[in-house]
Write a protein that binds this ligand. Structure first.
Ligand SMILES: [Zn+2]
Length: 222
């Protein structure tokens, strides 16, 4: 465990902050807070080689910077932390804090993505499954909408229907990284209730605890 090198990647950058929540908070902040907690949890449980990766700059170059850091540091796993939204056509409007804002309460839950183009696809899938299993044991449910036609170009193949692992080949951080790589959408911040949950210590602890338990199980199996 002390030698298992996990890079916990904060999705997006301060300049290119990803999705906007139902209450107009940028996704980058959610990713940063949760990824920092996951990193602290892993370190406290014996994964001393875990590092938090924060990237700046524009969206596309930042993807290659992340891959470069993971590859140069000879990581065993790149875990990219994100928070989910919905395709624009599903957005509804409401007023929050006096401003016209967007939300969709239709979907909720976390999801996990791996790329078949990753050189360690089998290991990536195993790790994603183990994280999904732990999240399920925490009483959390996965986002099942990615198989639906309504998702359009965001539609994905479901590789594990029990714990919510999807295939997403095109993602740079998953396909170009030489180590195993998993992307976690920790929950939907465009869903008004789940946005609040994603800010709660209980949900933070559930997700960080699930990741740590999965990593422990993986190392014990090896
Ligand atoms: Zn994102």
């Amino acid at each position: 465990m002390p030698k298992f090198r996990i890079v916990v990647d904060v999705g997006h950058t301060p300049d290119s902050y990803g999705a906007l929540s139902a209450r107009n908070d940028p996704e980058f902040g959610f990713n940063f807070r949760l990824a920092r907690l996951i990193t602290a949890k892993l370190r406290s449980e014996g994964f001393a080689a875990t590092r938090l990766l924060v990237t700046d700059g524009k969206a596309r170059p930042s993807l290659f910077k992340r891959v470069g850091v993971a590859n140069e540091g000879r990581a065993d796993l790149l875990l990219s932390v994100h928070h989910d939204s919905v395709p624009d056509k599903l957005l509804e409007t409401w007023e929050f804090d006096g401003a016209k804002s967007y939300f969709s309460d239709r979907f909720s839950g976390h999801s996990l993505f791996v790329s078949q183009q990753n050189p360690h696809f089998a290991t990536s899938l195993m790790l994603a499954r183990m994280i999904g299993k732990q999240l399920k044991e925490q009483g959390l449910h996965y986002a099942s909408q990615y198989t639906l036609p309504v998702m359009g170009r965001y539609r994905r193949q479901l590789l594990d229907k029990d714990v919510g692992v999807y295939r997403y080949d095109g993602l740079v951080v998953l396909s170009r990284t030489r180590s195993a790589a998993v992307l976690l959408e920790a929950g939907s911040i465009i869903n008004r209730d789940e946005e609040m949950e994603m800010n709660s210590p209980e949900r933070h602890e559930a997700v960080a605890g699930a990741v740590a338990a999965a990593m422990r199980a993986f190392c014990e199996r090896r």
